[in-house]
Design a protein around this ligand. Structure first.
Ligand code: AGP
Length: 609
């Protein structure tokens, strides 16, 4: 997630801009920059890398001026580089913009602007916005910005400055946070409260579709049509640490709640408007290239591996390609049968997991085509693979992966549909049905997150058990594995996931009175068999919590408690069923007083083998 700051007032802007960006460093970024109006022109200083590099760059000649904006970039479109860093300017350098989010229709707009003679310097979607303001400016800065907002599609927090009207900053937001800090004779802008909390605790929290004209003495908020909006002052009473987590107690719960947005952002620009196909600008595969693939090998670790086993179902059932899934630490030691007809897909949130990177290099040595699915632009794995699809989940800070998993599943489902389209293995009606189902996911995930009390209660009730079992069949078994890992790694409870049909071959010996069993029953094809397995553990007096789809008014006769998820296509159920399990793990860890964000013995990115 990018960091945004802005200042207008009697003091030098640069010191606040750097101070504010420093407070936003925890969000993760790969480059930084500031732009300051010095009374005559706007000076832009920006560089790839840590904020310290930018500070060093300006320490000899800090940009002078009382109006400025700044940005730390988490790359989505365009790799980390000086030229792709924000702020971005138009052809004249007289309009400057910083942006957080994704402009979905930027390629179309960029082509139009190039045709009208605009010259671009970066690969980013953001630079299009700067050239659009230049295109529309006819003497009225506000009017030009409004025309831009009528043209762009996607999610954004945008802050604009211009030499033509230097005593104001204009900002607006859609699906990305933006706050205005209200000072005395000065005002501040930020994507996140930590950036301004040391300067003022009085803020306006902008809502979607609102636009603010900020001067040193005034803040005018209006809607996009220019109709004034009355804003209530929001008094921030968080301390600095709480502010970093957006008011949440831990990064993990913040990231669990970010999943609707992360899923939506990861799909943005990739679903055809008529649901007829998937659009991967980053993959220009031909039918011939996809037809030449006779096997896929998925290689990953931990949660990413659990996403990979769901990906196997998607790719085999939709694109009709055989798929093997390996733990990266095992893959290269089994002399895998890989050749130039194999596609190896590596999945990694951090893009730095050494086991996965080593597996990727081995796959390339064996001649495979390689594709990385990762959350970090320009990471080692992203740079090593032949192709990359980014999950646009934003930085994941908590050690326990949550939004990375659900956005990996979304990406794997989109990839399977994309390949099915090229291999003509799916009728158009089924593609439409699946893409329609994908579109519903953010709202369905949000619905689950609106009512977490029952899950919290279970976690408090069973959080002191030392053994917990997760059982499921087919895709439910895949989710059981992820739920078990979540519970293990942050609450230290010994949790095991088992294919429900496998219980009778051994594990049933461990099922005793009162042991909690989480039974996932979302898959229609194996539902009846799953009920039988639930009866097996109930017969041994286990306490069973069922995870089922809304509309299933049958399962409550078999289990002790039921958690319902919104009814969804069976292939999409894993993205929803995992959320109650993430919450269960989180609240169990809280109940046990564990360090949720930094569990013992674990690291966020495992860069050792
Ligand atoms: C997941 O909650 C764990 N933190 C861990 O299993 C993680 O998924 C694994 O280390 C892989 O990390 P990566 O996705 O960054 O490669």
């Amino acid at each position: 997630m990018c960091g945004i700051v802005g200042y207008i007032g009697p003091n030098q802007a640069a010191p606040f801009l750097i101070e504010g960006l420093t407070k936003l460093e925890y969000r993760g970024y790969d480059s930084a920059g500031i732009a300051v109006f010095d009374g005559k022109e706007i000076n832009v200083e920006k560089s790839v890398g840590r904020l310290g590099i930018l500070k060093k760059k300006i320490e000899t000649a800090s940009p002078n001026g009382h109006v400025g904006i700044g940005h730390t970039r988490w790359a989505t479109h365009g790799r980390p580089s000086d030229v792709n860093s924000h702020p971005h300017t138009d052809c004249t350098g007289k309009f400057v913009v910083v942006h957080n989010g994704i402009i979905e229709n930027y390629l179309h707009l960029k082509e139009k602007l190039i045709a009208r003679g605009h010259v671009f310097s970066s690969e980013t979607d953001t630079e299009v916005v700067a050239h659009l303001v230049e295109e529309y400016y006819e003497g009225d800065f506000e009017a030009a910005v409004r025309k831009v907002l009528a043209e762009i599609e996607g999610s954004y927090a945008l802050v604009f400055m211009t030499e033509h009207d230097p005593d104001k900053i204009i900002c607006t937001k859609q699906d990305n946070p933006l706050v205005i800090g209200l000072g005395n004779g000065e005002n501040f802008i930020a994507s996140d409260i930590p950036a301004i909390i040391n300067r003022t605790r009085k803020t306006y929290i902008l809502s979607d579709g609102e636009m603010a004209i900020v001067t040193k003495d005034s803040v005018w908020v209006m809607n996009r049509q220019g109709v004034p909006v009355t804003k209530k002052v929001f008094e921030v009473n968080w301390d600095a640490e709480a502010a970093e987590k957006g008011g949440y107690e831990h990064f993990m719960i913040k990231e669990i709640y970010e999943q609707p947005k992360a899923i939506r952002e990861t799909m943005s620009g990739r679903l055809a408007k008529d649901n007829s196909t998937i659009l991967f600008d980053e993959l220009k595969w031909t039918q011939g290239e996809v037809a030449a693939i006779n096997k896929i090998a998925i290689v990953a670790c931990g949660t990413a591996y659990h996403a990979g086993i769901v990906g196997k179902y998607y790719l085999e059932n939709l694109a009709r390609i055989p798929v093997e899934v390996d733990l990266a630490s095992e893959f290269r030691y089994r002399s895998p049968l890989i050749d130039d007809k194999t596609m190896v897909i590596v999945i990694s949130q951090s893009g730095e997991t050494l086991d996965t990177l080593a597996g990727l290099k081995e796959a390339k040595r064996l001649g495979a085509k390689t594709l990385a699915i990762t959350n970090v632009v320009g990471s080692s794995i992203a740079r090593e693979a032949d192709n990359v699809i980014y999950t646009w989940a934003g930085p994941e800070i908590a050690v326990a992966s949550t939004k990375a998993y659900t956005t990996q599943l979304v990406t794997l489902c989109m990839l399977a549909i994309y390949m099915a389209g090229l291999r003509e293995t799916l009728p158009p009606a089924r593609i439409q049905e699946l893409i329609g189902g994908l579109r519903n996911l953010p709202a369905q995930a949000h619905e689950i997150l609106e009512d977490v009390e029952p899950i919290k209660t279970f976690a408090q009730q069973y959080g002191f058990n030392e053994d917990v079992f997760f059982i499921g069949r087919a895709l439910d078994y895949c989710v059981a594995l992820e739920g078990s890992l979540k519970l293990k790694e942050i609450s230290y409870i010994h949790a095991e996931a088992y294919a429900a049909g496998e219980l009778k071959h051994g594990t049933l010996a461990l099922i005793i009175e009162g042991v909690p069993v989480i039974a996932l029953a979302t898959q229609p094809d194996v539902y009846e068999k799953m009920l039988s397995n639930i009866k097996e553990v109930k017969a041994r007096d286990a306490v069973v919590i069922g995870i089922a789809m809304k509309g299933d008014d049958h399962i409550h006769n078999y289990v002790d408690h039921t958690i319902h998820i919104p009814a969804a296509h069976k292939y999409l159920a894993p993205l929803l069923a995992v959320i109650p399990l993430q919450l269960l793990a989180y609240y169990a860890a809280i109940t046990r007083g564990c360090d949720v964000d930094k569990p013992r013995n674990l690291a966020k990115s495992v860069t050792v083998e």
